[in-house]
Design a binder for this molecule. Structure first.
Ligand code: GLP
Length: 261
């Protein structure tokens, strides 16, 4: 795992977008795993700008999102399909047929989960998986006790997650209680993981995810098992990391990070 600390949330989002852009330029038919949440909005804004101003070309990419709420239609403004359409897909030259999210309205949810896994496999697996970090340490919607080898499935959301996301729905009673999410095992199979977390609220969970023991209680800790996982945080989110000076040194001195300094 490598940890990159940027001065503020804007710098952190910018760096994540630059890593994504570099991978797309190196492999135009990149299979990109995508995430939602407030933190990611800034990343998508930068990517849209890069598309407009630097001709960043998404036309060969295929995308797979981590998760979707059960029961929401794609045109529901609270669905992750709607979020992605508005913030990224319709604003760049992605072929919408190559953008995938689980269908939270499928009649047979279990079959839908299996279909999603198969679609990822048929695309050749995910090259780069973007990840946010829930307050309790989930990646995707892999709530506490998600098996470290879990695959795409339906998960019931914890009260913490409902609390965290209820504001978007105008109250907890309006929020779905279940979601389809890629499993921890699905995420760990992607070739590279790129996690972004920002803000002082995330500092305790960032410290546990990066430097704490691996536990299914905090699915983000499973990323410690991944051979190539980059965690990008801003200074406030990094404030409880014990080895922050070491991470700063690596970013400032290692040649692989030179293009990003
Ligand atoms: C939701 C998503 C997660 C994401 C999290 C972060 O729960 N399902 O994949 O990591 O939001 O949210 P935020 O960026 O709003 O803190």
């Amino acid at each position: 795992m490598e940890v990159i600390i940027q001065p503020d949330r804007h710098g952190a989002a910018q760096l994540v977008a630059r890593v994504i852009a570099r991978e797309i330029r190196a492999k135009p038919n990149l299979v990109l795993g995508l995430a939602t949440g407030k933190t990611m909005e800034a990343v998508y804004r930068v990517l849209v700008k890069m598309h407009q101003q630097e001709a960043l070309d998404f036309s060969g990419c295929r995308t797979f999102n981590l998760d979707e709420y059960v029961g929401l239609a794609p045109y529901d403004p609270h669905s992750y399909r709607f979020y992605m359409d508005e913030r990224l897909f319709k604003q760049v030259n992605l072929d919408l047929r190559h953008t995938h999210l689980p269908d939270g309205r499928a009649a047979d949810l279990q079959a839908e989960c299996a279909r999603y896994e198969q679609a990822i496999a048929d695309a050749g697996g995910i090259d780069l998986q973007l990840l946010g970090l829930g307050k309790a340490g989930h990646i995707g919607f892999n709530e506490p006790l998600s098996a470290l080898r879990s695959r795409t499935r339906v998960k019931a959301l914890t009260p913490t997650t409902v609390d965290q996301n209820a504001a978007f729905f105008g109250g907890p009673e309006k929020m779905p209680r279940r979601a389809i999410t890629m499993g921890v095992g699905t995420i760990l199979e992607s070739r590279r993981c790129l996690l972004l977390a920002a803000g002082v609220n995330k500092a305790p969970i960032v410290a546990k995810a990066v430097e704490g023991p691996i536990t299914s209680m905090i699915s983000a800790t499973a990323l410690q098992l991944h051979p190539w996982c980059t965690v990008v945080v801003d200074e406030p989110a990094a404030s409880l990391l014990q080895e922050a000076d070491y991470y700063r040194w690596v970013f400032a001195n290692e040649p692989e990070w030179e293009p990003f300094r």
